[in-house]
Design a protein around this ligand. Sequence first.
Ligand code: CA
Length: 304
Amino acid sequence: MNNSTNSKVVIAHRGASGYLPEHTMESKAMAYAMHPDYIEQDLVLSKDDIPIVIHDIYLDDVTNVATIFPERKREDGRYYVIDFTFDELQLLQVTERFQPSTGEQFYPNRFPKNKGNFRLHSLQQEIELIQGLNYSTGKSIGIYPEIKNPEFHHKNGKDIARITLDILSFYGYKTKEDNCILQCFDAKELERIRKELQSELFLVQLIEFPEETKQLQHFASYADGIGPWYKQILDKKENNKWLFTNLVEKAHELNLVVHPYTFRHDQLDEFSTFEEMMSVFFFEANIDGAFTDFPDKVVDFLRK
Ligand code: CA
C-alpha cells in the first residue's frame, strides 16, 4: 500500500466524477492527471461474470439502457447489470447520473446529461489504463476497488469477491505493498475475503449505519482501515469550532486508517467553503485520506 499510514491520501471517487460522468474511462484518465494517490472502481458482475466498473447493481440511472433494451427490465421496473453480457453492455451509452423516474440530472452543475459518447468498461480495462499510465508517466497511482453488494451476487449464484481477487492477483495486486486497497460495505464478506479467501491485500471496511461505528474492535480483526460517512466523524459545533465523535481516535488506537466518504465541492452541507471542510477533517479530525469527486481540489489543499 502506498504510504497511507504516514501521510494523507486522496482517493478519486468514481474518477474525477465532479467533472465527467462517473466511472467512465475519461473520468479515470482525468483523475489520473490530477495526481491522486488512488483511483476508485466500484464493481458489479455482468451476466458472463466480468466485473463492470459501475456504482450500482442497476443500469438505468447512468445509461440509456431503457432506450436500447426496453424489454429487458425486471418486474420492479429496473435494469440490472447482472442480466446483460459484457458485449451487450458495450452497446450502452453512459451519461451523467440522473433520476430514472424524472430524467432529472442529479448534480445540475456537472457534465451535461446525454452529451458526449461514454461507455461502460471492465475492471481489467481500467487496471490496464492505470498501469499503462503508471508506466508512461513514471508515477505510481494505486487502485481502490469496491466489491458491490456481495449478498445480491451470491443470491444470483455469483462469487464476485473471488472473481475480483483472481483478477487483482493476475495484475500483481496481492499484498499490502501492492498499491491496492480493497473496500466493501458488507462486513461478513470483507471478513470472508481475509479469512476464507485468504487475501493479504490492504482491506477497508466501509461503514454505513451508526451502530457499525461501535464494531471497530471486530473490524480490526480482519481490516486495516475504515471508510465511514464523514458525518459520523462530526459531533456538533460549539463556539464556532467543530467537536468530533471518538471514531477517528478509536480507529487509530486499533491501527485502522480512516478514509471517510465523500467530499464534494458542489455539496458543502454544514460548511461554507471546501477549504474549511478540508481543514476541519484533515487537520482537526485527523483523517488519513478522503474520497472526493474533486481530486484536484483536495490535492491542491494538501499541497499548501
Ligand atoms: Ca464506492
